[in-house]
Design a protein around this ligand. Structure first.
Ligand code: BGC
Length: 522
């Protein structure tokens, strides 16, 4: 049956090991790397609705917004410079994630996290003290470089550290801290916007220093992953580290597999060019399509522009910021659901359920906005029940994303790549995510102005496409050890054809496993 998601757990080896306090604490600290990304996502939408901020840096937008009060609501925020402020960060992150590939591979995952923290710190300072638009944009670019490094290294770090049975839950710690970062930013915007004297936006932007310090200090304290230590020749230290992480002495089987994966990866001189080989077709496809689809759910329309969106549909400035806080809380809570369920129910179930939920909500929100605003963008009166229905469905939509494409968009790519292409493929994942985040951020306000309520249907269409894709093409990866992942492709109805010509890098033989499970890493 085509939709079968590959093979089930228990179909291969089971490495001994526990969820030790050591691994738990390391993963919690590393997951903090998501805070810097989340803080950014949450902060810019709120800041761009603060009147003193607009008056100082984007006066024309502010004048237009004032003038538009009684005319077309869909177009009141349409400004390229303003969206450039939001989206410049994602272009910078894209470039940084490519550079981070080499740092992460050659110097270790931790060093990429450290770079990420430091760059982010510098960006936050420049933004907090900004006097001109160029300082804002330059600061956002530094923040973006920071995000690029962090997002490239943190998910890999988590997936490598975690015992395979808990990999999903520990990895989603990253997404959880993204959502906490967004929520904290929303709450701060709400309060800072009230500061008399109109300089609250400086606190909002400068506040990014706090998550930056957390990940900077955190990265100095964290241990490196055994996979990365072996990759860099520290083999014996890696064995000792693996024993400590897993809390058992019997790590031989996992250790042998890690060394074999590393040996195979050393034969690969050009990880980028390598990615184009036929046997990596499924990995490359996922590295491109998963982040692309994640962004085409339209989630960032809500995350970046929730206050703008809510004020567009007739909420006052204060109510708009408050509604953003509500969606932020839903986002965090629903992420906890996926931490609970991902290693029980599996990735595919969450992807598909989340897809259906988002689809229904997008259709309802489009219908609500269409009914009231029509195509002219001039609503008559907006009754209270109407606002409640819209916010409710937006919240259910956010929940659907937050237990499916949100966390899984980072988890699945980080667990499916074999070591020899892991760092490069993860960079592709991050860059594609950033390109599409950039595109959505940059064109959303224009699209809202032109497509009006149809914008929500546009994203709904993509949700249908991505759910079909998951149904047929994404194998289940729950409970499969990371260096064993090849099995899922080999037994997949479609991807197995790319595995037929599997060539084994070490003397044609990587059959190191006792039970003859087959190649572990190619
Ligand atoms: C996505 C972000 C999004 C966030 C929302 C992340 O997984 O990559 O683009 O804003 O989830 O929680």
């Amino acid at each position: 049956m085509p939709a079968a998601g590959g093979i089930g757990p228990g179909n291969g080896k089971e490495y001994p090991g526990n969820l030790t306090p050591f691994v738990t604490v390391s993963c919690i600290v590393a997951a903090m790397g998501g805070l810097i990304f989340g803080y950014d996502i949450g902060i810019s939408g709120g800041v761009t609705t603060m009147t003193p901020f607009l008056q100082k840096f984007f006066r024309r937008v502010w004048e237009k917004k004032e003038a538009a009060k009684s005319t077309n609501q869909y177009c009141q925020y349409d400004s390229q410079t303003l969206t450039m402020f939001t989206s410049s960060l994602y272009l910078a992150a894209l470039l940084a994630s490519l550079a981070a590939s080499t740092v992460t591979r050659k110097l270790g995952r931790r060093l990429s996290m450290l770079f990420g923290g430091l760059l982010f710190l510098a960006g936050a300072l420049i933004n907090g003290f900004a006097k001109a638009v160029w300082m804002l944009i330059f600061g956002r670019m530094l923040l973006g470089f920071g995000v690029g490094f962090a997002n490239q290294s943190v998910p890999l770090y988590l997936s490598e550290m975690a015992p395979y049975k808990y990999r999903g839950a520990l990895n989603i710690g990253f997404q959880l801290s993204i959502t906490v970062g967004i929520l904290v930013a929303n709450v701060l915007n709400y309060f800072f916007a009230k500061i008399k004297g109109g300089w609250g936006w400086r606190l909002s932007l400068g506040g990014a220093m706090v998550p930056a310090l957390i990940i900077t200090i955190g990265s100095l304290l964290l241990p490196d992953t055994p996979n990365s230590m072996i990759e860099r020749g520290q083999t014996e230290e890696a064995r000792a580290k693996l024993k400590r992480i897993r809390g058992v002495d019997d790590v031989d089987e996992e250790f042998t597999d890690l060394v074999a994966a590393s040996d195979a990866s050393k034969l690969v001189e050009h990880p980028w060019r390598n990615l184009l080989q036929r046997k990596y077709r499924p990995h490359l496809t996922m590295a491109i399509l998963i982040p692309c689809f994640q962004q085409l759910t339209g989630i960032n329309v809500i995350m970046f522009y929730a206050p703008v969106l809510f004020s567009t549909i007739g909420f006052g400035d204060d109510a708009s910021l408050m509604s953003a806080v509500i969606t932020g809380i839903v986002n965090v809570a629903a992420t906890l659901v996926s931490i609970y369920g991902v290693d029980k129910w599996g990735r595919r179930f969450l992807f598909l359920e989340g897809g259906v939920q988002m689809l229904i909500c997008q259709a309802v929100v489009a219908a609500c906005i269409g009914a009231k605003f029509g195509t002219s963008g001039n609503p008559s009166d907006l009754p209270k029940w109407y606002a409640i229905v819209v916010v409710l469905f937006i919240c259910v939509h956010v929940a659907g994303f937050a237990w499916s494409w949100g966390p899984l968009g980072w988890l699945v790519p980080s667990e499916i790549f074999p070591l020899e292409i892991r760092s490069a493929a993860q960079s592709i994942n991050v860059s594609v995510n950033m390109i599409f985040t950039f595109l959505v951020a940059q064109v959303f306000l224009i699209m809202l102005c032109h497509m009006k309520f149809g914008l929500f249907l546009f994203f709904a269409l993509f949700v249908v496409i991505m759910s079909i894709f998951v149904y047929y093409f994404l194998p289940e990866t729950k409970g499969i050890p990371i260096e064993e992942m090849n099995r899922v492709w080999k037994s997949h109805w479609y991807w197995s054809r790319f595995m037929e010509d599997l060539d084994y890098p070490i003397n044609g033989d990587l059959e190191l496993s006792k039970g003859g499970q087959g190649a572990k890493n190619v």
